[in-house]
Design a protein around this ligand. Structure first.
Ligand code: UD1
Ligand code: CA
Length: 459
């Protein structure tokens, strides 16, 4: 892998996206386009040998790339693909094989890139071009093959003759070069073409002039070469990622009902015999265990769900870990940083935020539990609210094990309810409750006999 390098061309303007956001930062399948390509690059080369050529919105693209540890090269004034690659010269290795990928061609698979590199490394050609046979070759560059089967030239559509436009083999724009020869001859590219740009495709004829051979490799699945220029194409590629992901999840043993309505990001995993109902979104780094049921319309992001969990329909869960056999929803909102223990029940219209709720505890209806730590087997009655915010600061609520909080209670934080304590319904709790005690914090009921009759008479 050390003698492999990858340059990702990603400096183009992307005008047709009609967007303030750089094209390669738009998302498909749960990642930005450039992240897909960088991940593919990193399967064949170490981060120090991967160079992304950026230009348009360079700062935001560079910050997306920073966590990967790859290099970036600036092309501040894009003058064509040949010029873009030249901008990577200072950063890229001089030897070994150099593969060129596009930042806006995200569906290209690792296997295809590996096959291209394998062919180049076994041949004595100066480069291998990844090509495709298309019924409608549109405006792609055309591959002109010679007698011996090698590639003689790549002719851009604008410069192609009528006869050349009839060629069905096109240039994907993905290449594997011998790095030494590429860097030796890249300055020979000129702007002598209708667009006045430095065409990387000219390298074919330059190599041939120096007596080298250039080969082509025809790709199997032409969907992989699809680039993104508009939001229509973005949506099409997103669907391809979703389809590929759902198919893999099903092959791995999950049941997906109406898979075309289910949206799972590329990093999601699901255990065997879990059933995912229609309309579910599983986002980010979400892991679902085995034998779970994920109810229709639920959204789960960056969360971990253990085995045997039931998430009833229309629950929204973010940044949360859920223990085995828990029951969540319907209509539950687990907002962020929650730890939900095994066998916990969180029912309808319950919101959790930054809350740990231990094994076997229950909050079955209508509650807000924020910044709280709730012990095992505790029961939180319907309508319980933790008042965690005093207008300036957030405060914690600590509830022990085996506690019973009566319905419609208001727990004014900071406050502690110790183990096995009780809170009478509709209490406002402002002071700590000792272990085993009953706290009642409400006005006593008064019944006024005959009051109704008197009222009717006086009015
Ligand atoms: C290029 C090829 C064409 C091929 C097609 C496949 C050339 C001259 N032509 O055409 O044969 O069929 O790709 O999609 O190479 N970029 C830069 N800086 C630039 C110009 C481009 O970074 O100055 C990047 C773009 O962001 C994009 C990629 O290079 O990711 C391809 O550029 P694009 O302008 O789309 O190339 P095409 O004209 O489509
Ligand atoms: Ca293009």
């Amino acid at each position: 892998m050390a003698d492999q390098s990858v340059v990702i061309l990603a400096a183009g303007f992307g005008t047709r996206m009609k967007s303030q956001t750089a094209k390669v930062l738009h998302r498909a399948g749960g990642l930005s386009l450039i992240e897909h390509v960088v991940r593919t690059a990193l399967t064949v080369a170490p981060p120090s040998n991967v160079v992304a050529v950026i230009g348009h919105q360079a700062e935001s693209v560079a910050s997306t790339l920073a966590p990967f540890g790859v290099r970036t090269a600036l092309q501040s004034n894009p003058q064509g693909t040949g010029h873009a690659l030249r901008c990577a010269r200072e950063q890229a290795p001089r030897t070994g094989l150099l593969t060129v990928l596009y930042g806006d061609v995200p569906f290209l698979s690792r296997a295809t890139v590996e096959r291209l590199i394998a062919q180049q490394s076994e041949s004595d050609a100066a480069a291998t071009v990844l090509t495709a046979m298309l019924d409608d070759p549109a405006a792609y560059g055309r591959i002109v093959r010679g007698q011996n089967g090698g590639v003689e030239a790549i002719v851009e559509y604008k410069a192609a003759s009528e006869a050349q436009r009839k060629i069905n083999e096109i240039n994907s724009g993905i290449y594997c070069f011998r790095a030494d020869l590429l860097w030796k001859h890249i300055d020979e590219i000129t702007t002598n073409n209708p667009a006045g740009e430095y065409y990387l495709t000219d390298m074919v004829e330059i190599f041939r002039r120096h007596g080298y051979r250039v080969d082509g490799q025809i790709m199997a699945d032409t969907r992989e070469l699809l680039g993104i220029n508009t939001r229509v194409e973005l949506a099409a590629i997103d669907s391809l990622f979703r389809e590929r992901k759902n198919r893999q999840l099903m092959l791995d043993g999950a049941t997906l009902e109406r898979p075309d309505t289910i949206c799972a990001d590329v990093d999601v995993t699901i255990g065997q015999d879990t059933i995912v109902e229609s309309g579910v979104r599983l986002l980010g780094a979400t892991t679902i265990g085995a034998n779970c049921r994920i109810g229709a319309g639920s959204i789960i992001a960056n969360s971990t769900v253990a085995d045997g969990v039931v998430i009833a329909p229309y629950s929204v869960i973010e940044d949360t870990a859920i223990g085995a056999e828990a029951r969540i929803g319907p209509f539950a909102r687990l907002r962020m940083k929650n730890q939900v223990g095994a066998h916990v029940h969180i029912g309808n219209f319950v919101e959790l935020k930054n809350t740990r709720i231990a094994d076997g505890a229950k909050a079955n209806h209508l509650a807000y539990l924020g910044d709280s730590n709730i012990g095992a087997k505790t029961n939180i009655g319907a309508g319980t609210i933790t008042c965690n915010y005093d207008g300036k600061l957030k405060h914690p609520t600590t509830i022990g094990t085996g506690v019973f909080v009566g319905s419609n209670s208001t727990l004014v934080a900071p406050v502690t309810l110790e183990d096995d304590s009780y809170v009478g319904a509709a209490s406002i709790i402002t002071e700590n409750v000792p272990a085993g005690a009953l706290a009642i914090g409400r006005a006593r009921q008064v019944n006024k006999a005959g009051w109704g009759a008197k009222k009717k008479k006086s009015s």
